[in-house]
Write a protein that binds this ligand. Structure first.
Ligand code: HEC
Length: 142
């Protein structure tokens, strides 16, 4: 009987120890226990080669924030998908949400704001492609 009781005490001690170390275990192996958020820190490139305002290696417009897009948006598809598209900030955000919900794009964390700034500034809707407002129209009653 004493043996039986000791078994339960040992089991209880084991559970207590596991509970105490759980936070450390889960911090040590975030990929195992928690959703891992992959964020590449901003790095300054030595010498980007720029011709006519385009950074040659990525094909992106060379402007503030291009490096974030180059780092975060190339692992699944070519950047041509990005440079061929134009959208408002809201449109780009929607596109990113869609990739996050359906294509496994990770949470961009604090980089999302600067990335959206870059995309909407440099790949926003083209003014020229918009039809000019109609003028001098005589509307009639239907
Ligand atoms: C985890 C993978 C992944 C990453 C990283 C990723 N995308 Fe995508 N994205 C996709 C997939 C998959 C498609 C669909 C490709 C296709 O239709 O051929 C796509 C499509 C697109 C499209 C085209 C959408 C359309 O309506 O045609 C754009 C624009 C785009 N991505 C922009 C980005 C931007 C900007 C980033 C960086 C913030 C990014 N992607 C990072 C997976 C990803």
């Amino acid at each position: 009987m004493e043996n039986e009781a000791r078994k339960y005490v040992n089991l209880f001690a084991f559970i207590v120890i596991l509970a105490l170390f759980w936070p450390y275990l889960s911090e040590l192996r975030p990929g195992l226990f928690k959703k891992h958020v992959e964020i590449t820190p901003y790095k300054v490139e030595e010498k980007p080669e720029v011709v006519d305002g385009i950074e040659i290696e990525s094909g992106l417009i060379y402007a503030e924030g291009y490096l974030l897009v180059k780092q975060q948006c190339t692992s699944c598809h070519s950047l041509e998908l990005v440079t061929q598209n134009r959208a408002t900030r809201a449109g780009w955000k929607e596109n990113i949400r869609w990739m996050q919900e359906t294509q496994g794009l990770w949470d961009l964390g604090t980089l999302e704001g600067p990335i959206l700034d870059y995309l909407s500034k440099n790949y926003g809707p083209k003014e020229a492609s918009r039809r000019a407002n109609l003028k001098n129209i005589e509307w009639y009653e239907l």
